[in-house]
Design a protein around this ligand. Structure first.
Ligand code: PAF
Length: 285
């Protein structure tokens, strides 16, 4: 069922809750791929009812980013979601979410702002204000759907850690379920932005997984010094790769690591032409 208004979603969820049914939420910006479908599958397995949101959230894009060009494929998304067992596809307009006239204006919107320490690094460093927009919309979606469980991919691991922190700090009654990264056969992490890549860039994009997988092999062979682990990575980079960051951080609080351990996540962001790709790997396991 496709729903565009907050009132209709609330009414439907209220009915379900009266019947004692559990509700799962999978927040998305649409352009669904197998990564999203793995979150949906997990929700359908875990919960009686599943809602996905499809909303290209204007307030999480920075000036000059791809908001206008972000793929919008609602008909295809709806079909994929319903075939996968989703009960409601919630696709609100920006006006429905933020009010007419106030859509992109910080002055007229109450924001949820995660701690500076969680946002001043990795993606938050170049995408200033991005996580304010993410937390604000996710908090709003939680208030609208009131899910028992919400499913987030580990591909956007900084986002996942920030949302877990928000839920804990604000005592939001929802269980966050992290879901593993889904990769193409050749190892590229699935992302809606992969469709921007031309054939050459698609091949060059494998650098992210090559660097991360190599670091993990080196770590498993006994190298723990982050400087040493980083140095081997640079040999994979070609002039077409613009490395934004390669960073070793604690999986719980994003604290920087100089010696890698089993709590370490290695994060990477690379720009290929105008396409910015991110990936990460946990060193444990
Ligand atoms: O990960 C995403 O697709 C978005 O950041 C989210 C969580 C749907 C919020 O707009």
């Amino acid at each position: 069922m496709l729903i565009h208004t907050i009132a209709e979603v609330r009414a439907k969820v209220r009915e379900w809750k009266k019947q004692g049914l559990t509700v799962g939420l999978v927040p998305t910006m649409g352009a669904l791929h197998d990564g999203h479908l793995s979150l949906i599958k997990k929700s359908v397995e875990t919960c009686d009812k599943t809602v996905i949101s499809v909303f290209v959230n204007p307030i999480q894009f920075c000036p000059g980013e791809d908001f206008e060009k972000y793929p919008r494929t609602l008909d295809a998304d709806r079909k994929l979601a319903e075939d996968a067992g989703v009960d409601i596809v919630f696709a609100p307009s920006a006006e429905e979410m933020y009010g007419a006239g106030h859509i992109m204006s910080n002055d007229f919107l109450t924001y949820v702002i995660p701690p500076f320490f969680y946002q001043d690094k990795l993606c938050g460093k170049s995408r200033v204000g991005h996580f304010d927009g993410v937390c604000t919309v996710v908090n709003k979606l939680f208030n609208i759907v009131q899910p028992d469980f919400a499913f987030f991919g580990e591909k956007d691991r900084q986002q996942l850690i920030i949302i877990q922190k928000m839920v804990k700090d604000l005592s939001i009654p929802v269980e966050i379920v992290p879901c593993p990264i889904v990769r193409e056969d050749d190892g590229l992490a699935m992302s809606s932005r992969n469709r921007y890549l031309n054939d050459e860039e698609r091949k060059d994009a494998l650098v992210l997984k090559s660097i991360l997988f190599n670091i993990k092999v080196c770590y498993n062979s006994g190298i723990k010094d982050v400087k040493a682990l980083t140095e081997t990575a640079y040999s994979y980079l070609k002039p077409c790769h613009s490395l934004e960051y390669l960073d070793f951080r604690d999986k719980n609080d994003l604290e920087s690591k100089t010696i890698a351990d089993n709590d370490t996540i290695v994060f990477i962001a690379v720009k290929l032409g105008s396409v910015r790709l991110i990936d990460n790997i946990a060193l444990a396991g």
